[in-house]
Design a binder for this molecule. Structure first.
Ligand SMILES: [Fe+2]
Ligand SMILES: [Fe+2]
Length: 155
């Protein structure tokens, strides 16, 4: 991706996702590790960037504000999943619902954003189906970023 395109996407994320991005509560996720040495905040920003890039490449008619808000909040589970705690042992299966509930509580979500967050682990959670183009884009972008973070940025 060209630097100019990268900057343009970042500006759009800041504009459309400002209520989330400028909330001190949201920045708590900077304190939690996602993969390797990548924080949950950095992961969510990378996923949001890739989501917008995919939307641009496909040329699909997309609700871009929902795409960005859903991507920024998709891992808003607010705990350290690496810690050995019984209640989040099934993190892979449970964090999507928890993130959706937290995001709904703190920021309010529309139906597209709710489905994006709820279904982003598909096909791990076969009962949580992506119903919108925005949900499919998030599902793909999350897997791409997670794979890169896990293999390239190991501790
Ligand atoms: Fe996730
Ligand atoms: Fe994720």
């Amino acid at each position: 991706m060209e630097k100019a395109d990268y900057d343009k996407i970042y500006e759009e994320i800041k504009r459309r996702g400002r209520d989330v991005l400028y909330s001190p509560k949201y920045h708590e996720i900077a304190g939690f590790t996602q993969h390797g040495n990548i924080s949950v905040l950095r992961h969510c920003l990378s996923v949001a960037m890739l989501c917008v890039h995919i939307a641009d490449v496909t040329g699909w008619k997309i609700d871009r504000t929902s795409l960005i808000r859903g991507a920024l909040l998709h891992d808003y589970f607010l705990y350290d999943w690496h810690e050995d705690a019984r209640w989040h042992r099934l993190h892979g299966f449970t964090h999507a619902l928890r993130s959706m509930k937290n995001a709904q509580h703190d920021f309010g979500l529309n139906r597209v954003e709710r489905n994006m967050i709820f279904s982003h682990m598909f096909p791990l959670n076969l009962t949580h189906l992506p119903l919108y183009k925005e949900s499919w884009i998030l599902c793909i972008a999350d897997k791409v970023c997670s794979s890169i973070e896990t293999t390239k940025y190991r501790k």
